[in-house]
Ligand binder design. Structure first.
Ligand SMILES: Cc1cc2nc3c(=O)[nH]c(=O)nc-3n(C[C@H](O)[C@H](O)[C@H](O)COP(=O)(O)OP(=O)(O)OC[C@H]3O[C@@H](n4cnc5c(N)ncnc54)[C@H](O)[C@@H]3O)c2cc1C
Length: 470
């Protein structure tokens, strides 16, 4: 320990995904000595973005499998894509990402506290119809008609929201949903939660998640130059202040003294810390923490939590109608036989504009996904149906898109959100029953879904620890 580190609280963060990096950057600013251990050789976690052309097919598939993903389809086959270096110049994520709330998501407010900023592409959302599309999804007349109802729900007090937490979207739609309002509620609640089954979606959670839109933001955003920009900025905020990020270094075990966490075992060596923060999927916490240090009920609850899934698709096209560039579209496939019966998806042309830094000049990268459950994301028959739905909806926007296709890759993910935010799946608190051990990330009780939940949980951890020590 360096002299100027004496007296600093020594904190260990397990995992360099968005939550771990954000927590590290916020805590180091509060005077903590921060060490992050990351098992992968790259930072970013499930929001990883990488230059796929520097991988072999095997390396690419192995990387995906470590994040509970595979590639059930591609055009041409993956070997041809990789052998012919067709991904040269592309930066891909593990699978399609969009950040809810666009520029008004709390990403830039976190970066602002670190004196940094990220340029964000953002879009309103259109709707793909049998013939053509509506953009934006709600016309002025629609808005005038349905906004009073939506506003009433969005502006409801926290007490009302809490009451709505136990009410399913199915019930809410029955009560309020007619015409465009019904379609709005059906689509947005599914796409925000990444769940098709409206019975499982909590009305309170959905309206809380949509409140950012009231701040004037567009519904979806994506960082220019890809998600990797976020990680690089957060990592710089940590290392430039003396923090350490050790990649390729899995934590083997969390050390305990009774019910107090005291350190971690890394490369067969014990390292002592004042506080330990895990960003692992909470269901996997007990792969590195012995269950005997926790109440049995807690272990059972954590292991029972379920995530969400999707089939994504990346399409590289030679030409795209300029009307579509920069726009994002929802679609709903009715009676497709998935859990919830109808499946919602998104096709996104934000990254298809020329200067996003995600594709070579004059190549158009289109990102998309269709929602399914984790079980469906591993079921070949369901995936076949979902692929047809994705292609069919792209075809509606770009008739005969195959004539423009360079390549297409369809990654399936069966652990997209760490824990689905549903009525039947209560996310755990940040403070665990073990002293000095905390859990953060998209699996824990924090506002928002996915990336937003991960960011918010890191901010909540900072507030919790600062409150405790002040
Ligand atoms: C294909 C896909 C699409 C998605 N789309 C969206 C989207 O559109 N919008 C959205 O908001 N969210 C989306 N998500 C979810 C989003 O990526 C996650 O919510 C977010 O990245 C979670 O961050 P995290 O820090 O909580 O967890 P993670 O990113 O999972 O970070 C945990 C880190 O811990 C590391 N780790 C695990 N075990 C160990 C160990 N023993 N020792 C050291 N390190 C360890 C892991 O390697 C990882 O880097 C998507 C996810 C996927 C996979």
């Amino acid at each position: 320990m360096k002299n100027n580190d004496l007296g600093k609280k020594n904190i260990c963060i397990i995992g360099a995904g968005i939550s771990g990096l954000t927590a590290g950057a916020l805590l180091i600013k509060q005077g903590y000595k921060v060490t992050i251990f990351e098992k992968e050789s790259l930072i970013g976690g499930r929001a990883l973005s990488f230059d796929a052309s520097s991988y072999t097919v095997d390396q690419y598939l192995k990387l995906l499998s470590r994040f509970q993903m595979n590639v059930p389809f591609s055009e041409p086959d993956l070997l041809t894509i990789f052998n012919n270096e067709m991904l040269k110049g592309y930066r891909l994520d593990l699978g399609y990402h969009a950040i809810g709330g666009g520029v008004m998501s709390n990403l830039n407010s976190v970066l602002a506290t670190l004196d940094d900023h990220i340029e964000t592409l953002e879009s309103s959302v259109g709707f793909i119809k049998e013939n053509g599309y509506d953009f934006p999804f709600l016309s002025r007349a629609d808005k005038l008609k349905i906004l009073p109802n939506i506003l009433r729900l969005l502006l409801a007090s926290e007490k009302t929201m809490k009451r709505l937490d136990d009410i399913s979207m199915t019930k809410t739609i029955k009560q309020y949903g007619q015409g465009k309002m019904k379609l709005t509620l059906e689509i947005f609640s599914r796409s925000i939660s990444t769940l098709n089954n409206l019975d499982r979606i909590s009305t309170g959670e959905m309206f809380r998640a949509q409140r950012t839109l009231l701040k004037g933001s567009k519904p979806v955003g994506y960082p220019k130059n890809g998600l990797g920009e976020i990680h690089q900025k957060l990592a710089k905020a940590i290392t430039s202040r003396g923090g350490t990020i050790r990649t390729g270094t899995p934590v083997q075990r969390i050390l305990f003294d009774g019910t107090t966490a005291t350190g971690v075992m890394v490369e067969n060596k014990e390292h002592r810390f004042d506080k330990i923060v895990s960003t692992l999927l909470v269901q996997n916490l007990f792969t590195i923490a012995d269950e005997k240090h926790f109440p049995k009920e807690y272990v059972k609850m954590m292991k029972s939590l379920q995530g969400t899934g999707s089939l994504c698709a990346y399409y590289s096209l030679k030409n795209v109608d300029t009307q579509l560039l920069g726009k994002t579209f929802h679609f709903i496939e009715r009676d497709i036989g998935v859990d919830g019966n109808d499946a919602v998806g998104m096709i996104d042309f934000m990254s298809a504009v020329s200067d996003t830094g995600l594709a070579p000049p004059s190549h158009h990268l289109i990102q998309s996904y269709i929602i399914c459950t984790p079980t469906e994301a591993r079921d070949k028959k369901t995936l076949d149906k979902l692929k047809i739905a994705l292609d069919k909806n792209l075809e509606r926007l770009i008739p005969n898109f195959h004539s423009q296709l360079r390549w297409a890759i369809y990654p399936a993910v069966w652990h997209l959100d760490g824990v689905a935010k549903t009525k039947d799946n209560e996310k755990p608190e940040i403070q665990t029953p073990a002293k000095n051990l905390f859990v953060i990330g998209d699996c824990v009780k924090a506002p928002g879904i996915g990336i937003n939940c991960a960011l918010n949980s890191a901010q909540m951890l900072k507030e919790l620890l600062t409150r405790k020590t002040s």
